[in-house]
Design a binder for this molecule. Structure first.
Ligand code: SAH
Length: 214
């Protein structure tokens, strides 16, 4: 297999992301820049650019490249926006958002993953990232409101705390499902005090575990 990270990344962008319809130049540029192989453990590096999620330990996964790009495009992130991310995991999605110029506030509940992601993001010099170890189903009220909220774990419903912490106007993207490991991607839009919701297709994320999750 091709193990040159730049070539692997370029091929991933063309064959997995552009080919499936993601076209936002800002998203494509951020994915092209973000070294995904640095967000998986050594033994899995050769698979880092393949078309599937990978285990990151503690029963968790780094999302499939296409899913990260698709969700980031849906979120319509612009430079300087305040973004709340729930489920730091490997830190890869966090890095993509920071690369787009967002101020990212990311919460993770597994201490080891929180620490590892922090080390990786610090080593990459991504300064606009704030990480917290906590139950992210409560959001991060001290830093609200957020113009964007991205949840990368699946819960039974959109927690009320997220709706309260979403700015107006604001967008939220989250996998929601009545059963574990099977969700519909939901987009919530807040504008002029009103909340609208649309569904965008099936996805499979690990569980959002916590007070307002599973
Ligand atoms: N965005 C990540 C995907 C991580 S998988 C990446 O790019 O690698 C989902 C993550 O959500 C897991 O790390 C899991 O531990 C975390 N998670 C689950 N429930 C959570 C909660 N209540 N608060 C914060 N993180 C949570």
């Amino acid at each position: 297999m091709d193990i040159d990270p730049r070539r692997s990344r370029e091929r991933m962008v063309r064959e997995q992301i552009i080919a499936r319809g993601v076209s936002s130049p800002a998203v494509l540029a951020a994915v092209r820049k973000t070294p995904r192989h640095l967000f998986v453990e050594e033994a899995l590096k050769p698979q880092a650019y393949e078309d599937h999620p990978l285990p990151i330990g503690y029963g968790q996964t780094i999302s499939q490249p296409y899913v990260v790009a698709w969700m980031t495009e849906l979120l319509d992130v612009g430079p300087g926006m305040k973004v709340l991310e729930i489920g730091t995991g490997s830190g890869y999605q966090t890095a993509v958002l920071a690369e787009m110029g967002a101020q990212v506030y990311s919460v993770e509940r597994v201490p080891e993953l929180h620490k590892l992601a922090g080390n990786r993001l610090a080593a990459m010099g991504l300064g606009s990232v704030h990480l917290k170890l906590d139950d992210g189903t409560m959001g991060w009220p001290e830093h609200a409101p957020f113009e964007r909220i991205l949840v990368t774990a699946g819960g039974p419903k959109v927690p009320q705390s997220y709706l309260e912490q979403l700015a107006d106007p604001g967008l939220l993207v989250m996998p929601v499902g009545a059963e574990r490991r099977s969700q519909t991607l939901v987009m919530v839009k807040k504008q002029d005090g009103r909340i609208g919701r649309k569904t965008l297709g099936q996805v499979t994320f690990v569980d959002l575990v916590g007070k307002h999750g599973w």
